[in-house]
Design a binder for this molecule. Structure first.
Ligand code: ADP
Ligand code: MG
Length: 682
């Protein structure tokens, strides 16, 4: 950012090759890197009232020595020094292990400060630090750094100090004065100093507040600049769809669109017609009717003379979508085809050729669709379903397929707003926030595993009515093998339980796609009444006659995933049920089960999930593309995020941002991050 700080840390007097090597392991190369190597936590030496301290918490107290120290040796090296200490109104015990030399420093009726772990039951502090005299503690907070190589916390503090002394005056402000004034933010130099050498809690709070805002603002500026330039500098397609045909198609649907569907369809159509390239996220809870919206959009593109593609994460889902699109669009002479990795040989060659010649209107498939061998004659519109499995990069690759097609990303995992504006900050967002009329809320119950017998009796009541049931087996993250074994065991148990009455099917990720297909078909056609499955049925699958779902070990799933799974039932007009078999040990686990029984609203659950599990876990695994912030926390600091977002949007749209010297630092940051490349091409 500031070129003067962009020099090697070797220029700090006191840092030699060896130290620099250790710093390199922490990705600290320049002075600026060093100054921005923030502590990951602080040792808190503030005095506290013991009544507020939890068992086993670390605490610092000041008190009057109330007994002569007693020193006991166990063997030659081990010792235990005990005193009584009067802290405010509490008389407590303080124990020092293996520090016999302290005995002579501790004098009756003198005041000392000790730091250690509080045992609330024994009213004892096991201390590792002590100072003599009143107000003896050096400071309220001491930073704790993540360490690599030969570095110690003390060493880092020393080098940090040297860096400030020698180069501190080079630290310059990167935020415009309008914003630092508006929010009364510490200047960058003071804030850096306070992060590393906080005098008190207020100091630390203000420093943190500044960097949270700075991080969010820079991030939002990047996202929004990216969006602006992609919009202005990538030529989009203008899809002049045939409104009359489209109206006919919508009228042919077996149901009227909900208001939310209508609104979203309009947003999509408007953008198809515009010369800008669509880069839009469509969020809608499970069952809110996204498929038909996709069908309308794709059909619109076809009436404008373009091909369309629908991309989904699994083969099962691809097959289902292909079927439903075919049944909707066949009557309108639209040719839809399915392309997955299991479409092979002659059939595959045929599809690829027809696609290249423009004989196929809409192609439905898995990721196979973005492979190089697949080329369209005239691709105008791409829709991906369940896109949260793609990161920013994959989204970009997809947009670059064909001649800049419009792209719509659909997701059934409602994404909390905070995440939506960070992870998808470069996109426009449409939301279907209304369910089709007449849906009954799924009744959800939480049962202990020992109640399995009763649960099965309940399941059978539904089967007797001619309905069907899903039984979901836990996902064992470490091992797909165990996962499958688990499902096989449950399948064996239930086959035995329901023998001569109902057929029990088995579905898991190790089946070939032919086998999966056979199982799914048997379930769809009600030849199989109970489907035991791993989470492969998670997304999209639609069997409206299934009204019952049992989820084993439900505590192992995230709320969003449970909600997704549960969304497989409640798709018809009959009352549906979901039973969570779970024995969560932690309070958080219990709270999660409880909230599942209380709400069917995916957005409420997703907010809760984010709150309980944090952003890193929200999408599961490492596939999310969630940016990592050094200081800021999307959940905790969501207000700052909102503020930074709106500030960034005002800045990006204002003329002065691009010209005024007030913003030169911010512009440089954008330039360095490469988001302005679109501009340079012109
Ligand atoms: P999702 O958003 O989960 O992909 P789907 O598109 O699969 O939802 O729709 C769920 C079910 O609701 C389907 O059976 C679909 O036919 C039906 N559906 C969609 N829109 C409406 C509507 N406006 N009125 C009634 N039923 C609808
Ligand atoms: Mg769907």
């Amino acid at each position: 950012m500031n070129p003067n700080l962009n020099q090697t840390i070797l220029n700090i007097k006191g840092i030699g090759e060896e130290t620099a090597e250790s710093f390199a392991e922490m990705n600290v190369f320049t002075i600026e890197d060093l100054l921005e190597y923030f502590p990951y936590r602080y040792e808190d030496y503030r005095l506290r009232d013991l009544a507020d301290v939890l068992h086993e918490e670390k605490v610092t107290v000041e008190g009057k020595v109330h007994s002569e120290p007693s020193l006991v040796y166990h063997g030659r090296k081990k010792s235990r020094l005990t005193i009584r200490l009067l802290v405010d109104r509490y008389l407590i015990k303080v124990v020092f292990f293996n520090q016999p030399y302290l005995k002579n420093k501790i004098i009756m009726n003198e005041t000392i400060t000790v730091t250690g772990k509080w045992d609330a039951h024994r009213q004892t502090i096991t201390a590792n630090e002590m100072q003599v005299g009143t107000n003896a503690k050096a400071k309220d907070f001491e930073p704790v750094y993540a360490l690599k190589g030969k570095l110690t916390t003390k060493g880092i503090r020393k080098f940090m100090n040297l860096a400030f002394k020698q180069f501190g005056n080079l630290i310059s402000e990167n935020l415009p004065v309008t914003l630092t004034n508006k929010y009364r933010l510490l200047n960058r130099r003071d804030a850096l100093l306070a992060m590393h050498f906080p005098q008190n809690s207020e100091d630390l709070k203000q420093a943190r507040r500044r960097f949270v805002y700075e991080e969010f603002l820079l991030f939002q500026l990047k996202m929004q600049a990216l969006r602006k330039f992609e919009r202005e500098h990538s030529p989009g397609l203008t899809l002049n769809y045939d409104l009359i045909k489209l109206k006919k198609f919508i009228e042919s649907l077996p149901f009227p669109l909900t208001n939310a569907q209508k609104r979203v369809v309009n947003e999509i159509l408007t953008e198809l017609k515009s010369p800008y390239r669509m880069n839009r996220l469509l969020q809608g809870d499970v069952g809110s009717g996204k498929t038909v919206v996709a069908a309308i959009g794709l059909y619109a593109g076809v009436t404008a003379g373009f091909q369309g593609a629908l991309m989904v994460p699994t083969e099962i889902l691809a097959e289902q979508h292909a079927e439903s699109l075919k049944s909707l669009l066949d009557p309108f002479s639209i040719r839809c085809e399915l392309l997955t990795s299991s479409v092979k040989g002659k059939r595959r060659r045929e599809i690829l050729q027809d696609l290249a010649e423009g004989k196929i209107d809409i192609l439905i498939g898995t990721h196979a669709l973005i492979q190089d061998e697949v080329s369209f004659q005239k691709l105008g519109f791409v829709i991906t379903d369940e896109q949260h499995r793609f990161g920013v990069e994959q989204r970009r690759v997809l947009r670059e397929k064909g001649e800049n097609p419009d792209v719509l990303f659909m997701t059934a995992t409602p994404i909390p707003r905070t995440l939506a504006i960070t992870v998808f900050g470069e996109m426009d967002v449409s939301i279907i926030d209304e369910m089709p009329a007449g849906r009954k809320a799924i009744e959800t119950y939480w049962a202990k595993p020992e109640m399995l017998e009763r649960v099965l009796t309940f399941v059978e009541k539904e089967l007797v009515k001619g309905h069907q049931a899903y039984v979901i087996c836990p996902l064992i993250e470490e091992s797909e093998k165990l996962d499958v074994q688990n499902a096989i065991d449950v399948h064996t148990t239930l086959t035995h339980y329901f023998q001569n009455r109902y057929n029990v099917g088995l579905m898991h990720g190790r089946l070939s796609s032919d086998e999966k297909d056979t199982v799914m078909k048997a379930f769809s056609s009600n030849e199989v009444q109970v489907l035991v499955s791993t989470t492969v049925v998670e997304v999209g699958v639609n069997v409206p006659n299934a009204t019952m779902m049992v989820i084993y070990d439900a505590e192992r799933f995230g709320l969003s995933q449970l909600h997704q799974l549960r969304g497989r039932v409640g798709r018809g007009s009959d009352q549906s049920f979901c039973i969570l078999l779970a024995a969560p040990k932690s309070e958080v686990g219990q709270e999660r089960m409880k909230i599942m029984t209380e709400t069917n609203d995916g957005f409420v659950l997703s907010e809760k999930d984010l709150e309980l599990r944090g952003p890193g876990d929200f999408f599961g695994k490492k596939q999310s593309g969630i940016p990592e912030f050094k200081i800021a926390d999307m959940v905790h600091d969501y207000r700052a995020l909102e503020t930074a977002r709106s500030d960034a949007s005002i800045l990006i749209q204002s003329q002065s941002f691009w010209t005024s010297p007030d913003y030169v630092h911010l512009r440089n940051t954008l330039e360095e991050s490469g988001v302005l490349e679109g501009e340079k091409l012109d």
